[in-house]
Design a protein around this ligand. Structure first.
Ligand SMILES: [Ca+2]
Ligand SMILES: [Ca+2]
Ligand SMILES: [Ca+2]
Length: 249
């Protein structure tokens, strides 16, 4: 290639080679090449597998665009997680002034995806109190991905160790719900003087999927104690009942 350029268009060849020659000269002098300039976006210029780019904090509007395969037309969050090389442009508004900045990122493609790790999963609020019979969302925390990929969690089953309509727990069925992959459980337990119970235990089953299709599955528990005086503990008497079921007729 070089010989062809020299013969046909020496001026063009020199122009193309100038940046390369400059960086070789600076390397020979022992100086590191100058870092690319940043204009308000924080995040790496090179990364393995994926990178997180963030706009400045405290802006009132964020709008990311990129001509990159799979990137949506607009993403309106402060930070984005990207898995493809390309130039990402952010427009933001701060104190009624609009700013714009672009950053080019080179992503070294991962050849092997490692699945998420569900072993540390737990409910953000493992104890529900008071037992007011209301449905509460179960937020699942502690699932990680060794590659740093974003993870989506989908709840698919809920069971419990008390009957759905036992003595002293109101007459509410079902005692769980799953809407848009989010689990909800009812804050109630068996608790009349003749049948005091030992706290209700819910088990929520879920699957976690990373952005490249790797997955793991796990379970978290939520306890509705009999009372707070005995401590906020529950005894699991066996997950015999489907929380999503109807009351027995
Ligand atoms: Ca992964
Ligand atoms: Ca019930
Ligand atoms: Ca129990």
């Amino acid at each position: 290639m070089l010989r062809v350029f020299k013969r046909t268009c020496p001026a063009l060849a020199v122009a193309l080679l100038m940046p390369l020659l400059a960086s070789v000269a600076s390397a020979q002098k022992g100086e590191p090449p100058p870092p690319p300039k940043s204009c308000g976006i924080t995040g790496p210029f090179e990364a393995a597998c994926s990178a997180t780019l963030c706009g400045p904090p405290d802006a009132s509007v964020y709008s990311w665009t990129a001509r990159v395969k799979g990137f949506p037309p607009v993403v309106q969050t402060q930070c984005i997680n990207v898995t493809e090389s390309g130039t990402y442009t952010l427009t933001w508004v701060m104190k009624d002034t609009k700013f714009q900045c672009s950053q080019t990122v080179f992503i070294d493609k991962c050849t092997q995806n490692r699945p998420p790790d569900c072993s540390g999963a737990h409910a953000k609020n493992p104890v529900l109190w008071p037992p007011d019979h209301k449905l509460s969302p179960v937020e699942i925390e502690g699932v990680t991905d060794p590659d740093g990929d974003p993870i989506a969690i989908t709840a698919y089953a809920i069971t419990q160790d008390e009957a759905l309509d036992a003595n002293g727990d109101g007459e509410t069925c079902a005692d769980g719900d799953i809407t848009d992959a989010q689990a909800y459980v009812r804050a109630e337990r068996t608790g009349d003087p003749e049948n005091p119970g030992n706290g209700r235990v819910y088990v929520i089953s879920f699957v976690a999927v990373d952005s490249r299709g790797g997955k793991c599955s796990g379970q978290v528990t939520v306890c509705v104690p009999h009372d707070m005086g005995m401590g906020d503990t529950c005894v699991d008497d066996g997950q015999l009942y489907d929380s999503l079921g109807d009351c027995p007729q």
